[in-house]
Design a protein around this ligand. Structure first.
Ligand SMILES: Nc1ncnc2c1ncn2[C@@H]1O[C@H](COP(=O)(O)OP(=O)(O)OP(=O)(O)O)[C@@H](O)[C@H]1O
Ligand SMILES: [Mg+2]
Length: 248
């Protein structure tokens, strides 16, 4: 039994001949929270979609939750919770109706209990009749997290789950992520917020589809010769731009 929830090498994807993910290695230990950082368009969403079996890679080998992530993509999809970058639930359904709908899609047994449990776990029970469209950004994200936990995944791939959410709600969302990790759930989460990066066990930085740095926040800052995470980010991305960007 491996203690890596994700162990994938050489992940690659090109669109129209342009490599947007170019040989990314990703290792995430079980129960860890790994932050996935990189500028807009650096390939984070594309990588996450390949890791959860939604998008077929051009190259790459390895295992996600012990499964061959390419040959067993359908099984990977069933065991991974993926939260998309954009709110993808029904605004004209209530919180409970949204969760119930997803439980039906997964043909879940004991649907009512599963929905009750998800409502309870995310503190959504008292608002269960509220229409999703009337929720604040923070509560919408919490509902989206509840939805991707319904089928009890062991791995969460969260794509900018707190984009546009206020600081208090972001902090609460992250408390929730830590609680889930404490229960043994592994989390790979993309973010542009450096305070969130600080709360990860490890970080992976990418630009132009390639990994620039990885490790704990402290080691990334040290190795980049930076004063803090934001400074490290700016330095790494500037170096990458010098190295990778085609001359005009
Ligand atoms: N289906 C697609 N067809 C063509 N190009 C695509 C497709 N999906 C993504 N791309 C391109 O691939 C590159 C990487 O995109 P991706 O969405 O993975 O970046 P990202 O790191 O998630 O960015 P952001 O931080 O803005 O969310 C971008 O240049 C994007 O335009
Ligand atoms: Mg993205």
């Amino acid at each position: 039994m491996t203690d890596l929830a994700i162990d994938v090498r050489g992940l690659s994807k090109a669109y129209a001949g342009r490599k947007v993910v170019d040989g990314v290695d990703m290792q995430v230990a079980t129960g860890c929270i790994v932050g996935f950082l990189g500028p807009n368009g650096s390939g984070k969403t594309t990588s996450l979609r390949m890791l959860c079996g939604l998008l077929t890679p051009d190259a790459g080998e390895g295992r996600v939750l012990g499964l061959d992530f390419r040959r067993q993509a359908a099984e990977v999809k069933r065991q991974v919770g993926y939260m998309t970058q954009k709110f993808g639930l029904y605004e004209d359904l209530s919180i409970r109706e949204n969760l119930d709908f997803i439980a039906r899609l997964f043909s879940m047994p004991r649907r009512r209990e599963a929905v009750d449990e998800a409502l309870d776990r995310l503190g959504l029970s008292s608002r269960q009749k509220q229409l999703a469209g009337t929720l604040s950004g923070g509560w919408k994200q919490r509902l989206a997290l509840a939805a991707c936990l319904l089928h009890q995944p062991r791995l969460l791939l969260l794509d900018e789950p707190t984009a546009g959410v206020d600081p208090k709600a972001r902090r609460e969302f992250w408390d929730q992520i830590h609680q889930l990790a404490g229960e043994g759930i592994t989390v790979l989460v993309s973010t542009h917020y450096m305070d969130e990066a600080e709360r990860c066990d490890e970080l992976v930085y990418i630009a132009y589809g390639r990994v620039l740095a990885r490790g704990t926040a402290a080691s990334v800052v040290r190795e980049a010769g930076a004063k803090d995470l934001e400074d490290a980010f700016v330095r790494l991305v500037s170096q990458a731009t010098d190295n990778f960007e085609p001359a005009a």
